[in-house]
Design a protein around this ligand. Structure first.
Ligand SMILES: [Zn+2]
Length: 141
């Protein structure tokens, strides 16, 4: 289903894969500055991952789509994000959720022999707000 066009990235890789998925989770922002977001509340997060690379594995994959979803959904779905090890020392803001997803995905990709890279993580937290995180290599697009 066509839901949304995501901001595109300039890169020189032959393949670009995009994977959409969502997860439901609760969080709170542990600071007086956050106003009502200090109280525990929930979101359905919509995530788009952009993976790029020049070579495919023996199955013809840059990376398996379902593997990507499982990496993040498996850890974050129906959790209180503040309780996860990834957010022990940082606030689970939309920005940090995007960055943390990037780190989880990139750590996984670097173990693959065909060396795909995560170029962008898009996280929509509400119908009116979203964050993109791009690693340094992909920031000039
Ligand atoms: Zn929130």
């Amino acid at each position: 289903m066509f839901q949304q066009m995501y901001p595109s990235i300039n890169h020189h890789f032959a393949y670009e894969l995009n994977k959409d998925f969502n997860f439901s989770a609760a969080h709170y922002i542990p600071s007086e500055d956050a106003g009502k977001c200090m109280r525990t509340h929930g979101h359905t997060y919509f995530v788009n991952l952009t993976i790029v690379g020049d070579s495919l594995d023996q199955n013809g994959f840059l990376v398996n789509f379902s593997e990507l979803k499982q990496l993040v959904h498996g850890q974050f779905d129906h959790q209180l994000l503040n309780e996860l090890p990834a957010f022990r020392d940082v606030s689970p803001s939309t920005e940090m959720v995007a960055r943390t997803i990037y780190e989880i995905v990139q750590d996984h990709l670097k173990q693959r022999d065909n060396h795909p890279k995560c170029a962008q993580v898009f996280v929509r937290e509400t119908p009116t707000s979203y964050v993109k995180y791009r690693p340094e290599e992909f920031r000039n697009g």
